[in-house]
Design a protein around this ligand. Structure first.
Ligand code: NAD
Length: 383
């Protein structure tokens, strides 16, 4: 199989789907790797390194797409990218299928077999393929560094000849993969950290990182079988905002990561609440692309309101392109090997990881979530 790695075309994207180390592994499996010239440049991987790892460098996007039997990417493909893909080929990468229905329909029409990274089920044996988690942990780490950059005080306790400076206090809302990494990073920088999440299982993990868990009446079934949080009732969110509101004045940094898979992020900090936050504080809203946990967040912008800096972060993994590419590359290589491991080269649809992640196959849209989204639109043929 000829595996093609195009240069990512999304604005400000610096990652690449496959790094030279993984090229070596894929080539040793007996596959061919074609990489678009310059695809790894912004993550510091040169064409020469790819060549030495066994890849062929292809000059020109069109040529790469016309030769590849399988495309590996990070960002969901745009329509013109799918148009360039070969009929009967394969796509592996993020797809954002529900918000890209017309692109998915085109994939089905071109008989492209497509597999979505975001639909890999979160089960123990899929951990090595879980790019949502690896990218979330980068975002959690980066969020703390952004907060430290905007905060006008030290994170650690400082005992100096000029006096003792107390540590920064950090509140983390949502202690999933990103939140836990944010807690660990803030602790490493010496901050005092407290955190909250709706899933009861999280308390122990928060405490094991040296942070305090904010107690609230936990909801026994707040976690769905998928491992993700369930959507909470309006009454619960009202109580939650009260509790968060009572902690805001004592924290310097608030990192919000609360998300519910496939839904708009819950609003946990309203404008009225921001008014009560102490001057100079920083909110880093990792849920900004899903609507934001803070009512005032503007995705992609850092703004100042009521003397509080509110960072609406987008695509933080791209700001750490070297390690983010390494992690993503490992995830996608494991996923590819899982999908195409049989002698005859056909995916095994009895397998949960394969079944759940497949979006289009043999000319059909096969994924239930995507089919449902199409039905909701009231049409099976167009967006
Ligand atoms: P996510 O990004 O969807 O959500 C982030 C966090 O926000 C979650 O911890 C969620 O509980 C929390 N949240 C949602 N609504 C909230 C609210 N109203 N208030 C406060 N917090 C709220 O989730 P994620 O971090 O990608 O993953 C969540 C969990 O899934 C992980 O911590 C883990 O337990 C599980 N997981 C399992 C596997 C696996 O077994 N392979 C892989 C990845 C994740």
């Amino acid at each position: 199989m000829k595996i093609g790695i195009p240069k990512e075309i999304s604005e400000k994207e610096r990652r690449v789907a496959i790094v030279p180390k993984m090229v070596k592994q894929i080539v040793s499996d007996g596959q061919e790797v074609l990489i678009e010239s310059g695809a790894g440049e912004s993550a510091n991987f040169s064409d020469l390194e790819y060549e030495q790892a066994g890849a062929s460098i292809v000059k020109g996007t069109q040529l790469l797409y016309s030769e590849a039997d399988l495309i590996m990417k990070i960002h969901p493909p745009q329509r013109h990218e799918v148009e360039m893909m070969k009929t009967d080929s394969i796509y592996i990468g993020f797809l954002a299928p529900v918000s890209n229905l017309s692109v998915i329909q085109l994939m089905a029409e071109k008989n492209i077999a497509s597999f979505a990274m975001e639909f890999i089920p979160r089960i123990a044996r899929s951990q090595s393929m879980d790019a949502i988690s690896s990218m979330a942990s980068i975002a959690g780490y980066r969020a703390v560094l952004i907060a430290a950059q905007y905060l006008g005080k030290f994170f650690p306790l400082m005992m100096t000849a000029a006096g003792t400076i107390p540590p920064a206090r950090v509140l983390v809302i949502g202690a999933g993969v990103a939140g836990l990494q944010a807690i660990a990073t803030a602790r490493r920088l010496g901050a005092k950290v407290e955190a909250f999440d709706t899933r009861p299982a999280v308390k122990e993990q928060v405490e094991s990182l040296g942070a305090q868990f904010i107690e609230m009446e936990v909801v026994a079934d707040a976690e769905a079988v998928t491992g993700y949080a369930k959507e909470m009732s309006d009454e619960f969110l009202r109580k939650e905002r009260e509790i968060i509101g009572s902690r805001l004045a004592q924290n310097h940094v608030i990192i919000t990561t609360a998300q519910v898979f496939g839904k708009k992020a819950p609003v946990l900090i309203t404008e009225e609440m921001v008014k009560k936050i102490r001057k100079g504080s920083v909110i880093v809203d990792l849920a900004s692309e899903q609507g934001g946990n803070c009512e005032l967040t503007e995705a992609g912008r850092n703004i100042k309101k009521y003397d509080v800096t509110i960072c609406g972060t987008v695509n933080l993994p791209s700001t750490l392109p070297v390690d983010a590419s390494r992690m993503y590359s490992r995830n996608i290589t494991h996923f590819f090997r899982h999908l195409y491991k049989t002698e005859d080269g056909a995916p095994d649809f009895e397998d949960k990881i394969t079944k759940d992640s497949c979006v289009t196959y043999k000319g059909e849209i096969v994924n239930e979530i995507v089919k449902e989204a199409l039905l909701k639109r009231g049409t099976n043929t167009h967006d």
